[in-house]
Structure formats: structure tokens, C-alpha cells
Design a protein around this ligand. Structure first.
Ligand code: FUB
Ligand code: ZN
Length: 695
């Protein structure tokens, strides 16, 4: 046991960063694994930066501290209550033969429960909560009781007929359910050091590996997810077959599925004939199913992924599969995937992304990407798609070590992603339009992908903030809190961030290595702080003026010059208590869209720091905010409102209503809309080129 302990101390930074009690537990688990023939590891990528997991990052106080508290106290119990009430847990009892009632919901129902439990696993890594732990353990036992001898574990098919268990992979979400189960199992293992859930995940993955793969069945799931989950399972277990299986599912897209590997050429959509006696509704359904089965880009299965250069199809699936592609580049150095990713990224960030970082117009009725520059503001932008986009941008940042990916990640995080959940933590949006006559959040959504995705996303945020690579410690996101990590030279480093970000761009970082140590602290200089709202020409600020970024190390002014990678590299011999002060000025910025974006012509959006603003009816009584006009010479001022919407900074200034009536405009952060009364909302505001007479 001591040998394993010593070895892990040497090879695994994650291990070294854990508190002593967790390290010992983990060693114990590994000893159990080894003696039972199960191996365990933290596999590090071949390329790119290494993440610093959310378990190493504490976010207390500041913007995220209160959100994480709400997540723990409100969102998690609320999600579990709703899922139990809707039958997600009793479906497993039914499958285990311990419940007589009906099977509820559809074939993707299991995935929602897995996601909520995954969320609980993250929060339990930071909060001792015996009651929640018992509750989750109980649900996990019920899930595992349903596992079949061959490892299969999807309640819907166990109950409805195992002969159909892998039938219609395109429509029935089998591999999607499996993927969410794997991700949850990995987090259970990280939390507890116990392997019972991880072992169940392995048995299921082994079963999938027996069915699919070269010389077996050539096929892919219609809804990607399992690909990135298999990489996580590989990393947690060290079992390379899972990585190879992930690669197989990626390589296989865009081929003819069956018992042999063959190329595939997409054909036209075949509309089914109407059958005798078929009702209108049945016929509509048949046509819908035919369109789903049609091998177009909806499922990113119309041509091999390495040949795909344009983002098409369902935006959640795309975000997950692009994430998995980035993983495969990091873990297998698959350069052909990297080339495809570069094109896809340019296409999304340069032509198909909203200023909120959101994606997916559903122009083709498929919850997916639309045509380039076609970005109507009454749009779809599913919460899951925005979350998947954050996951993808994070992995791109890790792969390439460039700040521009973190710029997009931050934009999507503070705007499109968290707009999906209410400030109270118990009401959700499935769609996130940028303009609305009035939206109402739902306390739950029967198709629970978005609420449960938000339930697992919010507590992962700390894991997006930092990364490291060969003597370099990267700070990607500024957020109040503390990180404990181990530099490559073995030094333990404690990093404390004090900041009111995103409301104030001043960040004080206290760096405390356990011994004097040489490394580079690499601070991301956000694009928005140097005149670029996004790293493409899709959006721009007015003018080029930018207030200078300030930087001090132990009180001494230092040039805040970012390298080509977008980071300022501060290289020195760090000593306990060294202080770095970064000052990112946050003027109110006016944003304009590329001229090809017709929906935003003649309009302006407002941004301060990474936060995009909107106008809401409740702040403008008797004024139609959709028609409000902002003259281009008006100065807008930022006002802190700690009592409003969980504490926000609003923007205020003069504007024109009804053509020439002078009124006061109040803009709130976009993510905070629809938290008061229902009413109109817009991100893009008409802009009047005429200067307004100012007193
Ligand atoms: O199909 C599973 C999830 O439900 C998708 O990601 C969402 O778009 C919703 O259709
Ligand atoms: Zn969703």
C-alpha cells in the first residue's frame, strides 16, 4: 500500500492535491482494485494542458459562492424530488423487479437521473451532507440493482424487452444513457474512492465493447455523449479499451452502419406513404420519424467527422461530439480530428454564435445550427447546447493552450449557459432567446435534459478556472475562491483569488507555494479587456479605445503584455504570500454584429466585462422595450445593485421611447432576465445614429 501511495505521489498531481484523508482512501480503493483485478489511474493527456478539477477549487463568496450554495441547498434537492416524482428512479425498481407500477417516460429517462446524481457528486466533494449522501446512495443502490448479468443497464429496455436493447440506435438514446451513467460513476469514484458504481460502469462499457467495434457491429448512437464519457472512464480506470471504443464511435460516424465498415453517401429524404387508416397525428409522427432517421447532418453522421468543416445538426449533440474529438486529439494525438475542429470552431464562433455565447437556432426544426449569420433573436438556443458549448471551448483551451477559447467559454458561461437557471435555483429555461414578448421559467420540465444538465453544470464551474502545463499555471477565469494544486516540480501551491468579478475587474491573487519555487503564472487577458468581444469578426465593440490593463506583482507595476497565446506569463521564484494584482477595466461597451447578421442591423448590444445586458419590461413601465432607442452619443453608467437579482451591476442612461420621449434605460445582465414578473426582453437595442440633445 505504501508503494502505491509513493508512486501516486510521484506521478499524479491530482492525487497530490487531495487532502490526506482522501489520498489514503484513494490508495485503499486502488489496492482493492488491484487485488480484484480492476486497475485505476488518473491518465494524463498526451498533449495540451492538464485540467485542475473542480474538487481542487473552492469557490466561497463572490459571484459563484452564493450560486453554489443555492445549488446545494435548492437545486439538488429540487431536481431529485422532481425526478423521483416523475418516475426516473422507480423505473430502475421496475427494471430490478421490485416495483409493480408502470414504467414512466421515454428511453432517455435514465440519463436525467444520472446527470442529477453527477451534480450531487460534485457538490458533495465540497459540502459534508450526510442526508444528501444517504439519499443519493439509496438511489444508486436502486440503479445498480437493475443491472443485468451481461452489464446492460437501461431501465426502458430491461422492462420493454431486452431483445430490442440495441435496436434503433439512431432514435433510442441507448449510448447516450450509458454515457451519462459513466460520467456519474466516475464522479462517484472521485468522491468516495469506492469502486462499486465505477465497476458497474465498467461492466456496462465492457458489454458495449463486446457488441460494437471493428469486426463486431459498426454503428453509432444518434445522440452523441458516450464518446466523451468513455474518455472519462478511460482516465478514471486506465483501461485503454474505453479510449479505443470512443475513437471507434467517432471514426464510425459518416459510414454505412452494419456488420462491415463501408463508406456512406447520403441520399434524399424519403417521405413515407400515408397508410390506410393512419390518423393525421400518426402520419405526422411517421414523417417526423422518417426525417429523424434520414442520414443528414442532424446527428453529425452524414460524413466522417474528420471531413466535417461546417457545424450542422442538433447543437447539443454537436457540442458533445466536438468535445470528444478534442479529447481524442489530447489523448491520442489524432491530428486529422484537430484539423476538423479548427474549421468547425471558425464556423461556429465566426458565423453561428450569438453574442451570449449561445448556439442553435433550430432553423431546420432540429434543435440545431442554422445557416451562417442567420441569427434571429427569437431563437432556440437550448440550455444543453450552451452548456455543451462551454464543455467544448474548455477542451479546446486545454488542447491548444490559447486564451481565445477561454474567452468564448467565459462568454457562454456568464450569459447563455446560466440564463437557463433562475436566481432561486429551482426554475429553468429550455430555450434561451435574445428577444421575447415575455418568458416564464418552469419549475421543472418533463423532458428534463436542461434542468438536469444545469444541475450538473453549475458545480463544475470551478474546474474551468485553472489549468497547468510544464511549469506553467494558467488562470482562465477570475472568480473569488481558492485552488490547491501541485506544480510539475512537486511544489504544492495554494492560490487565493479575491475579486468581485464579473462586476469588478480587479483581481488580487495570493500565491503560496509550500517552498520557494520557480514557475510561470499565466493570467488570461480576456479579449473583452483588449477591445474584442469575441475572437472573430462576428461581433465588435465601437471604436478601438480600450482602457489599459493594470498589473502589479508584490506592489510593483509590471507590463501586462500578453503573448500570442493571450496570457501574461509572470515567471519568477514564487514565495509564500506573493501577491499579484490584475486590473481589468470594465467600461460599458457597445457591441455591433457583423454586417451579414441581418437581425442585428441598426441595433446595439451592451456589454460590461464578460456580461451581456438586456432590457426588461419591468424596469421600463409604460415603455415598449422592443422599440426603445438608444442614441449613439449617450453615456451609460454602471450602478451596483446588491439588493437586485441576487446582486448585480445594472447599466443606466438616457434613451428615447415613442420616437422622441426621453426616458431612462436600465439594462440588467441577460442571464438574470425572467426572474421577476413576465414581460418583454431584448438584448439588441435599436440605435439612433442621431445624437441625443443632452442637457
Ligand atoms: O434527446 C436528449 C436531449 O433531449 C437532447 O439533447 C435535447 O435536445 C432534448 O431533445
Ligand atoms: Zn436540454
Amino acid at each position: 500500500m505504501m508503494r502505491i501511495h509513493k508512486k501516486l505521489e510521484c506521478i499524479s498531481p491530482l492525487h497530490r492535491a487531495l487532502p490526506k484523508s482522501k489520498r489514503l482512501l484513494r490508495v485503499l480503493a486502488i489496492v482493492v482494485c488491484l487485488t480484484t483485478g480492476v486497475s485505476s489511474a488518473d491518465v494524463l493527456p498526451m498533449r495540451g494542458l492538464r485540467e485542475i478539477g473542480q474538487d481542487q477549487v473552492g469557490l466561497e463568496g463572490g459571484f459563484w459562492g452564493s450560486r453554489l450554495k443555492t445549488h446545494h441547498m435548492v437545486t439538488i434537492p429540487h431536481a431529485l424530488d422532481c425526478l423521483e416524482k416523475d418516475g426516473h428512479a422507480s423505473n430502475f425498481d421496475k427494471a430490478a423487479g421490485t416495483f409493480d407500477g408502470p414504467l414512466r417516460g421515454h428511453h432517455a429517462f435514465d440519463s436525467d437521473l444520472h446527470k442529477a446524481i453527477e451534480g450531487a457528486m460534485y457538490t458533495l466533494q465540497h459540502h459534508k451532507d450526510a442526508a444528501l449522501r444517504r439519499r443519493v446512495d439509496d438511489i444508486l443502490d436502486r440503479i445498480l440493482a437493475a443491472q443485468q448479468d451481461d452489464g446492460y443497464l437501461i431501465s426502458y429496455f430491461i422492462v420493454n424487452g431486452l431483445d430490442k436493447k440495441w435496436d434503433d440506435l439512431r432514435l433510442e438514446h441507448q449510448l447516450y444513457n450509458a454515457g451519462h451513467f459513466f460520467e456519474m460513476a466516475v464522479e462517484h469514484y472521485r468522491l468516495t474512492g469506492q469502486t462499486k458504481v465505477l465497476d458497474a460502469a465498467r461492466r456496462f462499457a465492457d458489454h458495449i465493447d463486446r457488441v460494437f467495434g471493428p469486426g463486431k457491429r459498426y454503428d453509432v448512437g444518434g445522440h452523441e455523449e458516450v464518446e466523451l464519457a468513455l474518455v472519462r472512464l478511460y482516465r478514471a480506470t486506465g483501461e485503454r479499451r474505453y479510449l479505443e471504443l470512443s475513437r471507434f464511435f467517432l471514426d464510425e460516424r459518416g459510414h454505412l452502419h452494419g456488420t462491415e465498415r463501408k463508406p456512406f453517401t447520403p441520399g434524399p429524404l424519403v417521405v413515407p406513404e400515408r397508410l390506410d387508416g393512419q390518423t393525421d397525428q400518426e402520419y405526422r409522427r411517421a414523417k417526423w420519424h422518417a426525417s429523424l432517421r434520414w442520414r443528414n447532418g442532424r446527428m453529425q453522421d452524414h460524413k466522417p467527422l474528420v471531413e466535417q468543416t461546417e457545424a450542422v445538426g442538433h447543437a447539443v449533440r454537436a457540442g458533445y461530439v466536438y468535445s470528444a474529438m478534442a479529447d481524442i486529439v489530447r489523448f491520442m494525438d489524432a491530428r486529422d480530428y484537430e484539423r476538423a475542429l479548427d474549421c468547425l470552431w471558425e464556423d461556429v464562433v465566426g458565423r453561428k454564435m450569438y453574442i451570449t455565447g449561445s448556439v442553435g437556432t433550430a432553423q431546420y426544426g432540429d434543435e440545431g445550427f442554422g445557416d451562417p449569420y442567420l441569427l434571429p433573436n427569437r431563437t432556440y438556443c437550448e440550455s444543453c447546447a450552451n452548456i455543451a458549448d462551454v464543455f467544448w471551448q474548455h477542451r479546446m483551451n486545454l488542447l491548444k493552450g490559447q486564451a481565445k477559447y477561454a474567452d468564448v467559454m467565459e462568454l457562454a458561461l456568464y450569459n447563455g449557459a446560466i440564463s437557463g437557471i433562475s436566481i432561486s435555483g429551482d426554475a429553468f429555461f429550455y430555450q434561451n432567446p435574445l428577444e421575447s414578448e415575455g418568458g416564464r421559467r418552469s419549475s421543472w420540465i418533463g423532458l428534463a435534459c436542461c434542468p438536469t444538465n444545469l444541475t450538473r453544470f453549475i458545480p463544475q464551474v470551478g474546474g474551468l478556472a485553472y489549468a497547468q502545463w510544464r511549469g506553467q499555471l494558467f488562470v482562465n477565469l477570475y472568480m473569488a475562491g481558492e485552488a490547491s494544486l501541485t506544480a510539475d516540480n512537486g511544489t504544492s501551491v495554494r492560490l487565493i483569488q479575491q475579486t468581485e468579478y464579473p462586476w469588478d475587474g480587479r483581481v488580487r491573487l495570493t500565491v503560496s507555494p509550500d517552498r520557494v519555487s520557480e514557475f510561470a503564472l499565466c493570467l488570461r487577458i480576456p479579449g473583452w479587456a483588449v477591445g474584442r468581444p469575441v475572437p472573430t469578426d462576428l461581433y465588435r465593440f465601437t471604436g478601438a479605445e480600450t482602457a489599459p490593463v493594470g498589473l502589479k506583482v508584490n506592489g510593483r507595476t509590471t507590463a501586462p503584455d500578453a503573448g500570442e497565446d493571450g496570457y501574461v506569463h509572470i515567471e519568477r521564484r514564487w514565495q509564500t504570500g506573493d501577491v499579484v494584482e490584475l486590473d481589468l477595466p470594465m467600461p460599458v461597451r457597445r457591441v455591433y454584429a457583423h454586417k451579414n447578421v441581418e437581425a442585428d442591423r441598426g441595433k446595439v448590444a451592451l456589454m460590461r466585462g464578460p456580461v451581456v445586458y438586456c432590457l426588461e419590461a419591468i424596469d421600463h413601465p409604460d415603455i415598449d422595450v422592443l422599440e426603445l432607442c438608444l442614441p449613439n452619443n449617450v453615456d451609460l453608467r454602471a450602478e451596483d445593485r446588491p439588493e437586485l437579482l441576487g446582486g448585480v451591476t445594472v447599466l443606466r442612461g438616457a434613451a428615447l421611447a415613442d420616437g422622441n420621449r426621453s426616458v431612462t434605460l436600465t439594462a440588467i445582465p441577460y442571464y438574470a432576465w425572467a426572474n421577476r414578473e413576465q414581460g418583454a426582453m431584448t438584448v439588441w437595442i435599436h440605435e439612433d445614429a442621431k445624437a441625443m440633445d443632452t442637457p
